[in-house]
Design a binder for this molecule. Structure first.
Ligand code: EPU
Length: 456
């Protein structure tokens, strides 16, 4: 079993490049299935979730040529060889469910897709996906066969444009419905759609390959059906979660790091909160420099939200930053009902964090009447001491990385698999900006604490 080992307290300094966005690239690969023409992607992150998605597409019939060093991926799906996604992809991530929309758009075959996985941060049901696809004319049902569960879907009469109004602006349900609607007859109108930068990226890519899609300021997305597609080339936007995470690690360790590729436009709500906290940053031509700008002032109220709000995926590392700021801050998680499990490990390390079932601070959210701890109060600054941690999910994983970088002494982190799903070459990147960290395996005893090997 692999673990990461950190010697904390070293300020991170230097320059590091943020990779292409996980939550865009995986969807772009699925979108490429709509067309039989070649697609070329640049800035492709070499991470676990992209590898799994590539395998998924290859299973269906996609030819893939991926130069991982150059970050360039060519793919083409001349024909759909099968629209049965094997059970081994069940639980791998959130991508298989999107195959329903894409495959129903491309083929009239029956589609069989295993149930989805992803981080355990709430029930993460797919009812909005199923309801929207059903409105477009698909028949979708969950069947159980010999202890295996899979969605069976078909649209033998074809899909027809319709109006869908989402109860909540779900990222995945918006994407799935857009993918299905691209080849539907007529126009599909999505109300209360999600408009995350990664969804805009998907829409831009679909437009390049031939789709006609418009987005209104009130979250209305209109898709005009088409079946004519074109060859295309696309550069994937930078991962705003990774960029912000690296920036927070720089500030949390009292360092200064230029995150190359970080895009101002996709990180506005994060930068506003960072400024409020007193974390330093300078937006430059080709990235953002993050730096410790003196003691951070907590006492702020942070509410996660759908875009353009503060994305929930920034929340776990931001919570770690709040443990280092003066005063009591409130964090209200309104996207997932169970995203504070990681705080118990932070408490063990010395953080002062209390959990609440109520909606603290601003608005009353969907979880107000549930019995889930979805608000916290963080009092800081608190010194923290290294511990052995086990990652429960991807973004909590980076929170633990930050905790290990900040804490005094040694921190070990297991469950590295989660980090590798979403952060490209995380150890090498952190080492390149001075972090004292390394990857160890359990049959290889941890070496004496310092000095650790640092890549140049
Ligand atoms: N929801 C439903 N029913 C549905 C769909 C969603 O109730 O049919 C609820 C979910 O349970 C959740 C909320 O709506 O409480 C938001 O879910 P959403 O569908 O927006 O999320 P997702 O598509 O499953 C993507 C990202 C997540 C990110 C969220 C929110 C991918 C692969 N995942 O998930 O990213 O947190 O949008 O922005 O794009 C991550 O990268 O670590 C990650 C968890």
């Amino acid at each position: 079993m692999e673990r990461l080992r950190f010697e904390g307290g070293v300020p991170l300094t230097g320059e590091v490049k943020a990779a292409g966005a996980k939550n865009a690239m995986t969807k772009l690969l699925v979108a490429s299935l709509l067309s039989d023409k070649p697609c070329t992607f640049h800035n492709v992150p070499d991470i676990g979730d992209v590898r799994v998605t590539v395998e998924l597409c290859q299973e269906i019939g996609t030819e893939v040529d991926w130069d991982k060093r150059a970050g360039i991926l060519h793919c083409q799906t001349k024909e759909i060889k099968t629209s049965y996604i094997p059970q081994r992809f069940s639980g791998s991530n959130r991508i298989p469910i999107l195959m329903i929309g894409a495959l129903l758009s491309r083929t009239e075959q029956d589609v069989i897709v295993p149930t989805v996985g992803g981080c355990k941060i709430g029930p993460r049901t797919v009812d909005f996906h199923i309801n929207a696809l059903t409105k477009l004319g698909a028949k979708v049902e969950l069947r159980e066969m010999k202890r295996e569960r899979a969605y069976f879907a078909h649209a033998h009469e074809g899909l027809t444009g319709t109006m869908v109004s989402f109860p909540f602006p779900s990222v995945g349900a918006t994407e799935n419905t857009i993918l299905a609607a691209v080849s539907a007859k007529g126009t599909t109108i999505l109300k209360n759609a999600a408009i995350e930068p990664e969804i805009m990226e998907l829409i831009l890519f679909l437009q390049k390959i031939g789709a006609q899609i418009s987005v209104d300021a009130d979250r209305t997305v209109r898709i005009f059906g088409t079946r004519r597609f074109y060859e295309t080339e696309h550069t994937v936007l930078t991962d705003r979660i990774e960029a912000a995470s690296l920036g927070m690690a720089a500030i949390g360790t009292k360092g200064k790091v230029f995150v190359k590729g970080a895009q101002h436009t996709t990180m506005m709500s994060f930068l506003n909160k960072l400024r409020e906290l007193g974390g330093g940053y300078t937006v430059k031509r080709d990235g953002i420099e993050f730096f410790y700008d003196g003691p951070m002032q907590g006492s702020l109220h942070l509410e996660t939200d759908v875009h353009p709000g503060f994305t929930t995926d920034w929340q776990p590392p931001f919570t770690v930053l709040l443990t280092q700021a003066t005063g009591a801050s409130v964090v209200h998680e309104t996207v997932y009902e169970n995203r504070f499990g990681f705080t118990s490990a932070l408490r063990d390390m010395g953080a002062d964090i209390s959990l609440f079932k109520q909606c603290l601070g601003g608005k009353y959210c969907r979880f107000g009447s549930c019995s889930n701890y979805h608000s916290i109060v963080v009092k800081g600054p608190t010194p923290s001491a290294g511990k052995a941690l086990t990652i429960p999910d991807l973004r909590a994983g980076f929170a633990y990385v930050m905790a290990g970088l900040i804490a005094s002494g040694t921190t070990t982190v297991s469950g590295v698999y989660f980090l590798d799903r979403g952060y490209e070459k995380i150890v090498e990147k952190l080492q390149s900006i001075g972090a004292q960290c390394e990857r160890i395996t359990d049959d290889e005893p941890a070496r004496s604490p310092s000095p650790l090997k640092v890549a140049t």
